[in-house]
Unconditional design. Sequence first.
Length: 257
Amino acid sequence: MMKNLTFLFVAIVIFACQPEKIELIDLHVHLKGDLTIEEAIKKSEAENIPYGIAVNCGLGFPVQTDAQVDSFRQYMSQYPQFYVGMQAEGREWLHLFSPEAIAQFDYVFTDAMTFTDAKGRRNRIWIPEETYVDNEEEFMDYLATTAAGIIATEPIDIYVNPTYLPEQMADRYDQFWTIERMDRVINAAKEAGVAIEINNRFRIPSATFIKRAKAAGIKFTMGTNNIDKNFDGSSYTREMIKTCGLTQDDFWVPEKK
Ligand SMILES: [Zn+2]
């Protein structure tokens, strides 16, 4: 009898300590490189992770007009298993698409990786030759303010590639992303009701950022921003779920249209 009770007790403890099974959707998948739609179907099924397929929309990108939005939407309607996302590019996208075209997507996201600086230079901070850092601290202030401004003013659901730093500064993430700068972004997202992506490829934002954002009541999404089909399912996000104590309720899910 005693033995049975002990067994029961151990079983209950083990059950209670199981981490909650959180269902994750990768909302930042691009049909790029060798990731064709057929490969995306296969990979999503094999890894049991639903996808949102996002298309880049903006000046100099594959989709630049309402008519191109219509065609993409029509193409994707053959694949109802996927969410369909708009990656809004640069800051020009606001003038390129009608509200009706934007509303065709299940969700809209953007990042703060393209912006015009105080000297009028158009920065694309993932390209070293197009990143203008005269002074790192000033650059950082401008970047944090820009990200907060984008979140506050553009009609988006998710801020992606969050807290991304140019290559030459990325090794000092914690130095540049001070609490004050993090909170500028977090407060803007809270105010605007914008979710923040946990990005598997760049492994950002940091646990410190995620904990502060969670405490502020921000919702998260998972995204990869893949360049081909070689990306690992969800390891950084799973790691952050554990480290930051995230639950299903902390994740935002779009509605399929
Ligand atoms: Zn992307």
